[in-house]
Design a protein. Structure first.
Ligand code: B12
Ligand code: SF4
Length: 504
């Protein structure tokens, strides 16, 4: 099974670790290649453009590591903006292994299984949650059972594409085998601090819940996981943490949940168990959570239980925009929670999106005011994402229906630049792209000015981080990279390729 290279900051591939565990538990002989961690210091340009730099092994090297005679090769394709690179890897694998069954899964694949099959040499796409489906596919291949009996896949048969019905979500999350990290080069993750949150501790991701009950139209989660939201028992998660601690010495855990905190009783019980456990674990919620259940009591208990980072996901400061995208959240109600979390020493991050369809100048100014309030409340950083219609999301379907976009190389090329201030594509007719780019810079500038002026001690911390090149916030990273580029330009006229992400 393979995790290909990425053009963005890598993390330990949790989805693939779950799939490896499922295959192993069904008695299959498993081998994993993590194309990033296996060659983490290698950065190289691609044929996609000089500014698209990938980290990790080249596809040809990945293919050489796949054992001869492999019958099934699985690939994890999580990000749509990685499709052009994933497709290249699939091509190389197909030419080296003409007889193997090539199977892919992940959020990106789940949003566009038919296109992925047509556009590449893949044989089978697994749609949605993967464990049960993958085991059944393997068993079908082994026992020559027709694939048409396997729920949750889309596959090629005699040159045609067959869509099987979706599979029901796994009911008992506690019964799913823990991610099989023993197949992965975990020491490379630890030694190179492959985490979202900077930490000196050994860290691995974990998942406390699956799915999300909401249906925001920009998000691909309803297609991927349906709206079924299920939780592991707090004790089951703690047991996994203890297992990772005893086996690898891991004491920091990043919760990659879409929406970890909805249930007050559940989070309080989780915190109680962690507080009573003799080893002090730290943990974070870097993926963005809802905040309805984040009462004062809950935040205090989370801080006592070792939570060091909460990412809030208000997305916009305009209630009109939130209504348009069906984001059922009240950004103002998040502010007291941000303030308390920050006062208790947690790192508070705010997810925001610009460029959503229907957004106007007025909405941007509202978002700017709101971002200033979050910075004043104590938020340390904001991820200013530019809206992209991801395959599988409701907005993507609407754009496609009205002929405003279709899946093609140029679409994937455009979304490669999702993080770029100068090159990202905007899907909003109200505001010209160049004005959006100015807004993007302005929003970030306002955020950092308010953050530093209302919390002056952070200036010293940020300076120290920039000097030590241990960037924590986007602002520090931007200044750090500018300085690095300035000094490397002074030394040599050739640009340094030593940067972890491609984005300009
Ligand atoms: C961690 C994370 C990140 C991290 C790092 C990701 C990385 N480099 O690996 C960071 C913070 C960097 C990140 C950034 C972004 N992210 Co993000 N991220 C996630 C997150 C929260 C967790 C992924 C995860 O581990 N999930 C848990 C595992 C268990 O689920 P899974 O991987 O889907 O695996 C299951 C199945 O997919 C399947 N499966 C997976 N692999 C395989 C392989 C095989 C062979 C099979 C059979 C099955 C299978 O089985 C697994 C078990 O059931 C997801 C949301 C989520 N919770 O999934 C978003 C998510 C992946 N991110 C998303 C997005 C949009 C982004 C951004 C583009 C946002 C932005 N606009 O800035 C940026 C990218 C920035 C950039 N530089 O380009 C989207 C992707 C949508 C898409 N189609 O591309 C997601 C799905 C969130 C969402 N619902 O919108 N992200
Ligand atoms: S954006 Fe968040 S709240 Fe909305 S559907 Fe996606 S995961 Fe759920």
């Amino acid at each position: 099974m393979i995790r290909g290279t990425l053009t963005m900051k890598p993390v330990a591939p949790l989805g693939l670790a779950y799939i490896a565990a499922a295959a192993e538990s069904a008695g299959h002989n498993v081998r994993v290649i993590d194309a990033i961690a296996n060659n983490i210091c290698e950065f190289h340009p691609t044929e996609l453009g000089n500014d698209i730099i990938i980290q990790g092994m080249r596809p040809e090297v990945v293919a050489e590591l796949v054992p001869c005679g492999s019958k099934v090769i699985g690939l994890s394709c999580m990000f749509s903006n990685n499709w052009l690179l994933d497709r290249r890897l699939i091509k190389v694998l197909r030419s080296r292994f003409p007889e193997a069954v090539l199977i892919a899964g992940g959020e990106s694949i789940s949003g566009m299984p038919e296109y992925a099959l047509k556009d590449s040499e893949l044989d089978i796409c697994v749609v949605g949650e993967g464990e049960e489906t993958f085991k059944e596919v393997l068993s079908a291949i082994e026992n020559q059972i027709p694939l048409v009996t396997v729920k949750g896949i889309v596959f090629k048969k005699d040159g045609k594409i067959v869509l099987n019905p979706r599979r029901e979500r796994i009911r008992q999350l506690n019964d799913i085998p823990y991610p099989a990290w023993h197949f992965f080069p975990v020491n490379a993750y630890f030694d190179n601090q492959i985490t979202l949150t900077p930490t000196e501790r050994k860290s691995l991701p974990t998942l406390a819940t699956r799915g999300c009950p909401y249906t925001c139209t920009f998000c691909s989660s309803p297609n991927m996981w349906t709206t079924k939201y299920s939780l592991r028992s707090p004790d089951n998660i703690l047991q996994e943490m203890i297992y990772m601690y005893e086996k690898y010495g891991v004491t920091n855990f990043e919760l990659f949940d879409l929406t970890a905190i909805i249930n007050r009783q559940w989070i309080l019980e989780f915190c109680r168990l962690l507080q009573n456990y003799p080893v002090h674990f730290t943990w974070q919620m870097p993926a963005g959570t809802r905040s309805e259940a984040l009462s004062e009591e809950v935040i205090r208990e989370m801080a006592k239980a070792g939570c060091t980072n909460i990412t809030f996901a208000p997305e916009s400061g305009s209630k009109k925009v939130l209504q348009l995208i069906q984001k059922k959240a009240d950004p103002d109600k998040m502010l007291p929670a941000m303030k308390l979390a920050s006062q208790l020493g947690m790192y508070v991050y705010v997810n925001s999106i610009i460029g959503l369809p229907g957004e106007t100048h007025r909405d941007i100014w509202k978002s700017m005011l709101y971002l200033a309030k979050t910075a004043f409340a104590g938020a340390q950083d904001t991820g200013m994402a530019v809206f992209m219609p991801y395959p599988g999301s409701e907005l993507f379907k609407q754009f496609e229906q009205y002929g405003q976009l279709s899946l093609s190389d140029s679409f994937f090329y455009d979304i490669l630049y999702t993080d770029s201030i100068t090159k990202s594509q905007f899907y909003n007719n109200n505001i010209p792209s160049f004005i959006y780019r100015i807004y993007n810079i302005l929003l970030l500038t306002v955020f950092y000015i308010v953050s530093y002026s209302s919390h002056p001690s952070r200036i010293y911390k940020s300076l120290r981080n920039v000097i030590k090149r241990r960037y924590v916030t986007r602002g520090e990273r931007a200044i750090g990279y500018l300085m690095e580029q300035y000094f490397s330009l002074k030394k040599s006229p050739v640009h340094s390729l030593h940067q972890p992400v491609s984005h300009v």
